[in-house]
Design a protein around this ligand. Sequence first.
Ligand code: SAH
Length: 186
Amino acid sequence: MERVPRERFVPPQSYDMAYEDTPLHLGHGQTISAPSMVGVMCSILDIRDGQKVLEVGTGWGYHAAVMSVLAGTGRVFTVERIPELAERPRELLGELGFANVVVIGGDGSAGLPEYAPYDRISVAAAAPRVPEPLVDELADRGRMVVPVGHYVQELMLVEKEDGKVTSRPRGGVVFVPLVGKAGYKG
Ligand code: SAH
């Protein structure tokens, strides 16, 4: 996280708050997660060098940048539903040299079959239930973190091993809704 300049990943009006451990508004009714939440999700996911990672919900791209460092020689595919939000991280991540990140506009709740399967999947918006298309795109011995629930959610850790899928709650969280096919209706 020290290698990612968070001040570049927050809206100008929140510049002074860039290093506070708090969620920030990023416009379009969306929020960027607090840095501690990014840290918790990354440590639960246990991202290793060389892995292929899918993120659903790019926001301004801070979380994707942190996962880019962790994935090293691997790649991060990050999907953002709001087209105007996808443009900025695409430019910024390129400019700052996070070259292994690909930003894609679209509904990430439906998965990203083009590059599947993924070793790790990080969902940064709350789903009504664990999205089935994402479970399908998880590689063997893969892990996913996803907040599940409505107003207050449970962060679920989903693991796949030899085709067997297990889900375990890892604590209460609050995220904006995942809007899409395997999410909430917009
Ligand atoms: N990962 C970000 C936080 C993202 S906020 C960080 O660095 O902190 C959650 C984002 O999920 C919002 O930008 C919202 O537009 C997006 N989102 C919601 N539903 C989505 C979907 N179905 N597919 C892709 N993105 C989605």
